[in-house]
Design a protein around this ligand. Structure first.
Ligand code: PLP
Length: 408
């Protein structure tokens, strides 16, 4: 095994020994690398907004505070998480398809949070709450394009959708929102597709955004202060997936973005790329310990101390259409020799972390590291199911480990 893997395995083994398993280990240097790559490919047009839903760990939100421009929050809980880590309200945008009035009121109370309106109902409710508080709330409007190119893991528009205002309804809805006295319309937002590994699909999607933004702003004669592009950048989860080449996306979209920027209406507009998993996903490893091995009717099972309860996404139950194994390895290496099924501690056959995974000979007590586990981990998992301990969370910074499990 190359040195880099040995160093990583030493870190993962130390995290498991010191803090217990199952554990998520987040390596800040890997996030830093992503920030550099994004800045070098897209920095001439965009700043970055981190979608907290991908990983709301408080230590991570604190670490990111001086490294990305804004956060996108999607609930009252994420608003509290962000402000408790020192994020100023004017560095937050607040998306979410069914925001309740107490959440909207919390945003108003927090200050100039940019609320991303997803419906007219929400606009009217926020207008009332803002006026009652004697405030004018900055807002963006989330639009739902009529088309999303093929090549995204999840499509949130381009068909009937609960998210945002359909572009067909946008002219009338935007005119009404712009006229509400308690709101100040700052710009627009689109998040229509996620987890794409296809540069041309991503560039094509952003071209659609540019056209939707143009049409909406022309119709209203709005000079937007901010336009948010839901990036859709995917990460390789499975054997055979190819990582995105950001420079390829940048080269494909450059003429369109340069032309957009040259239009007087958009010359001073702040453009933002909103993304979650691309920043933190590959910076995280899930480490689970083999409790026992079982031979059953010709198959080998490795029964682990954390499964779907700790890491739903790796079990294939978090929106994966075709179940495929996450990439994983035995901590400490070894020559892969046999196929193993990895299961967790739950009394359900849904609790499976891998099927037919080629691994070195395994023993009780061995550690398995699942890659690409930094996004949609503990908070996207049914951690209360069957009352096993919640997974530990560990931050590795400059080779130093720190437990950062949020306390309830
Ligand atoms: C509004 C919004 N923003 C950001 C994201 C983050 O997506 P990703 O983690 O794929 O970058 C999502 C994902 O569902 C989303 O719905």
């Amino acid at each position: 095994m190359p040195d880099r893997h040995e160093a990583l395995d030493r870190l993962l083994a130390e995290a498991a020994a010191r803090f217990g398993t199952p554990a998520f280990v987040y390596v800040t240097e890997a996030i830093q690398d992503r920030l550099h790559a994004l800045q070098s490919a897209f920095g001439r047009w965009f700043d970055l907004s981190y979608a907290v839903k991908a990983n709301p760990n408080p230590a991570l939100l604190s670490w990111l505070r001086d490294r990305v421009a804004t956060l996108d929050i999607s609930s009252g809980g994420e608003l509290a998480a962000a402000t408790s880590q020192g994020w100023a309200p004017d560095r937050l945008s607040f998306t979410g398809p069914a925001k309740r009035d107490p959440e909207l009121a919390a945003a108003v109370a927090a200050g100039p949070v940019e609320v991303v309106l997803e419906s007219l109902r929400e606009a009217r409710a926020l207008d009332r709450l803002a006026r009652d508080a004697g405030r004018v709330q900055p807002v963006l409007v989330r639009l739902s394009p009529a088309h999303v190119p093929r090549g995204f893991g999840d499509h949130m528009a381009g068909r009937p959708s609960p998210f945002g205002i359909d572009v067909e309804e946008a002219p009338a809805a935007l005119a009404e929102i712009a006229a509400l006295p308690g709101l100040s319309l700052k710009g627009l937002h689109i998040y229509s597709g996620t987890q794409s590994l296809k540069p041309e699909a991503i560039a094509e999607n952003w071209r659609i955004f540019l056209q939707v933004f143009r049409t909406a702003c022309d119709g209203l004669d709005l000079v937007p202060q901010r336009l948010i592009f839901g990036a859709g950048l995917g990460i390789p989860y499975h054997e055979g997936d190819t990582a995105l080449d950001l420079e390829e996306i940048a080269a494909a979209i450059a003429p369109d973005l340069d032309a957009f920027r040259a239009e007087p209406r958009f010359a001073a507009t702040r453009l933002t790329l909103e993304l979650g998993r691309f920043l933190v996903g590959e910076a995280g490893w899930f480490v689970t310990r083999i409790v026992t091995l079982k031979q059953s009717r010709g198959s080998t099972f490795a029964l682990c101390d954390g499964g779907m309860n700790a890491h739903l996404a790796a079990s294939g139950h978090f929106g994966m259409v075709i179940k495929r194994n996450y990439r994983m390895h035995r901590v400490g290496g070894g020559e892969p020799t046999a196929k193993v099924d990895l299961t967790g501690p739950l009394c359900t056959s849904l609790d499976r972390l891998g099927s037919g995974v080629l691994l070195p000979p395994l023993a009780e007590g061995d550690l398995i590291a699942i890659h690409a586990s930094g996004a949609y981990g503990p908070t996207a998992s049914p951690t209360g199911f069957i009352s096993h301990p919640a997974p530990r969370e560990v931050l590795a910074e400059g080779g130093q480990l720190r437990e950062v499990t949020p306390r309830p």
